[in-house]
Design a protein around this ligand. Structure first.
Ligand SMILES: *[C@@H]1O[C@H](CO)[C@@H](O)[C@H](O)[C@H]1NC(C)=O
Ligand SMILES: *[C@@H]1O[C@H](CO)[C@@H](O)[C@H](O)[C@H]1NC(C)=O
Ligand SMILES: *[C@@H]1O[C@H](CO)[C@@H](O)[C@H](O)[C@H]1NC(C)=O
Ligand SMILES: *[C@@H]1O[C@H](CO)[C@@H](O)[C@H](O)[C@H]1NC(C)=O
Ligand SMILES: *[C@@H]1O[C@H](CO)[C@@H](O)[C@H](O)[C@H]1NC(C)=O
Ligand SMILES: *[C@@H]1O[C@H](CO)[C@@H](O)[C@H](O)[C@H]1NC(C)=O
Length: 569
């Protein structure tokens, strides 16, 4: 190539070429469909910043045509939304248009409607559909910002950033996303994904009508049943309240140029991916379920699943297999039953005061809790008093959790998890005196520990914490405030005096840690202007660090700590 940048004329030439190329790109598609306009098969609607495309496509190995939305710049066809997933079009005569009633619709080659947005209240001859850079297709009246219909409210199988997944405690579980039938067929498949808002919300995957996987309850920072799902909060995953009991999950991109999404795959996996511009492929950030123990209720009621054990299923202490032959043959679905009836069961109607609790550490807590707002001591008391209560747990960010009836879908983790307190008769627990002595000992040890920690902390704060000190440490040197094996938040001060959240090293990702003073400064002393939102878990702030990108900061009084995450590709 003879063209050199040293020659100013060549720079001009390059600039002209660039301008020509850019305008050529822009001119090959608008981002709107107006009333009366017809978008034919082979024509495309492209979002303003050329992130998403709307048009006709065929899945690989499929002869049919579908209207969908996919990524413009991703060479591997990645469809995030499908309109006529149940009514494929044969041949290339299909069109997208806005009908005379103002509805967005898809017609086949014979002019028959195969799909309509069905916004019944439209009755407008002035509507326009716009494909946004978020991937949302929005139908609205001319001169109005109010959406009549939007594709984000009718997702297919993909959860995009900024999409809101609404839930209503009264309405119970909602199945929001539905998998494709197969890689070639976008019609609804066997798996769906959504939320169960009861107690504290959790994400659920269903296979048909049955639960197939669940995330465990949200504690404000992570889903308690997925202790390693840290990538989610790296991406600003949060639960927000819109008022009227309407809660929604949403997440945002940390870097605007990131392409990320969640999808329920036709094989039943929840998969979160990010486009890797260097490798030119989707890299998987996390995927669930990951192993046999993640499968819903693998070991049946009162069974515990652990991947490091062989066989993976065992009964909880004080329980024996319900059907020993089936259990020995590896059919664990029947679960376990009490070896000795609890005091409650033996004396129907009596208080059950003679029962006690066994703490089982590092587990995925059972499904179907009954929520309660008590503190820890009241929690135990409440469970003890009620004979139908089989277990309780206390988790920061959720508070007291009680379970009556069968305890299902319990997994033992080798890292993370929470402590479940299982109701057992005294005979299964050992003597009462022994327990009392242990409690007294534990209380005095803990008291001494906290007192010395407090004095030490005071000393640290006076002597050291000023501004950002050593805030970019390597991961293995991290001081940690994060879910300890019992899932409660605690601070490990063995490193330095900085409070910080533990971060997991992903592929090339690095977390930067900030001390309290610098976070206070970056959020303008937690000013309202910097406050982005408020959920059941606490507040989310926007931080402006001189040296870092603007980032999000989670603050939670209940958790007695805070975390801050920065995404560094
Ligand atoms: C729209 O409404 C019609 C008639 O009520 C129904 O047959 C069709 O399935 C609906 N389409 C969508 C996409 O909901
Ligand atoms: C369409 O919009 C124009 C102005 O934006 C308004 O004058 C006209 O009445 C509208 N037509 C209908 C049918 O709503
Ligand atoms: C609606 O708005 C589009 C541009 O946004 C315009 O081209 C079209 O003429 C408008 N329709 C009516 C009926 O005013
Ligand atoms: C976002 O990511 C792109 C490419 O991955 C990078 O070039 C850019 O600097 C990043 N932006 C910010 C604000 O970090
Ligand atoms: C597994 O065991 C349960 C009872 O515990 C029984 O009802 C079921 O049929 C068994 N399934 C198989 C495949 O044997
Ligand atoms: C005991 O717990 C059950 C189930 O949570 C509840 O329905 C019942 O009202 C409770 N009884 C008392 C006395 O609190």
């Amino acid at each position: 190539m003879a063209i050199s940048f040293r020659n100013p004329r060549n720079i001009l030439l390059w600039s002209l070429l660039f301008i020509f190329y850019s305008s050529a790109l822009f001119s090959h598609g608008a981002n709107t469909i107006i009333q009366g306009q017809v978008v034919r098969d082979g024509e495309f609607i492209i979002s303003a910043a050329q992130i998403f495309v709307l048009g006709f496509f065929s899945p690989k190995n499929s002869p049919y045509r579908y209207v969908g939305i996919w990524y413009d710049k991703v060479p591997i066809q990645t469809v995030v939304w499908v309109a006529n997933r149940e009514e494929p079009i044969s041949g290339d005569g299909g069109v997208i248009t806005i009908g005379s009633d103002g509805n967005l619709m898809v017609l086949d080659g014979n002019g028959n409607s195969v799909w309509s947005a069905n916004a019944s209240s439209i009755e407008s001859s002035n509507s326009t559909a716009i494909l946004m850079d978020t991937g949302d297709l929005v139908l609205s009246r001319n001169n109005s910002d109010e959406a009549l219909w939007r594709s984000f409210s009718y997702p297919t199988d993909t959860y995009l950033p900024d999409m809101r997944v609404y839930m209503n405690v009264e309405e119970g579980e909602s199945r929001v996303f539905n998998s494709w039938k197969s890689a070639n067929d976008p019609s609804p498949g066997r798996y769906s994904m959504g939320v169960d808002p009861r107690g504290s919300p959790q994400i659920v995957i269903w296979e048909g009508l049955n639960r197939y996987w669940r995330s465990g309850h949200w504690n404000g920072i992570i889903f308690t049943g997925v202790p390693r799902m840290r990538a989610i909060y790296l991406y600003g995953f949060r639960l927000l309240n819109e008022g009227d009991g309407r809660l929604y999950f949403t997440y945002s991109k940390m870097n605007n140029s990131d392409l990320i999404n969640f999808r329920i795959t036709w094989e039943g996996y929840e998969r979160q991916v990010r486009w890797d511009e260097v490798l030119r492929e989707w890299s998987v950030i996390q995927m669930q379920p990951r192993n046999e123990c993640d499968l819903y209720n693998k070991c049946g009621p009162f069974g515990i699943c652990s991947v490091v054990n062989s066989p993976i299923c065992s009964c909880m202490k004080g329980f024996i297999p319900k059907d020993l032959d089936q259990w020995r043959n590896g059919n664990w679905s029947g679960g376990c039953t009490r070896r000795t009836p609890s005091q409650c069961q033996r004396n129907e109607g009596e208080s059950g005061r003679e029962d006690g609790f066994l703490g089982i550490e590092g587990v995925k807590l059972p499904d179907f809790m009954d929520g309660s707002e008590s503190n820890n001591e009241e929690c135990e008391e409440k469970c003890l008093r009620n004979c139908s209560c089989n277990a309780y747990a206390f988790v920061s960010g959720i508070n007291c959790m009680l379970w009556s009836g069968d305890l299902v879908d319990i997994q033992s983790f080798d890292e993370g998890g929470n402590t479940l307190y299982l109701r057992l008769p005294k005979s299964e627990l050992g003597g009462k005196r022994k327990v009392t002595i242990l409690v007294i000992m534990a209380v005095s040890v803990a008291g001494t520990f906290f007192l010395s920690m407090f004095i030490w902390l005071l000393w640290r704060y006076k002597s050291k914490l000023k501004g950002i000190t050593g805030s970019r440490r390597k991961n293995h040197e991290l001081p940690q405030i994060g879910a300890n094996p019992s899932g409660e938040f605690s601070t490990d001060f063995s490193g330095t005096g900085d409070l910080s959240v533990e971060g997991q090293q992903g592929s090339g990702q690095e977390l930067s840690l900030f001390n309290f003073n610098s976070v206070a400064a970056a959020t303008n002393n937690f000013s309202l202007e910097n406050k982005l939102g408020q959920g059941g878990f606490g507040s989310v702030y926007k931080c402006n660090f001189a040296f870092a990108k603007t980032t999000h900061f989670y603050f939670n009084e209940k958790l007695c700590g805070y975390g801050l995450m920065e995404w560094k590709p």
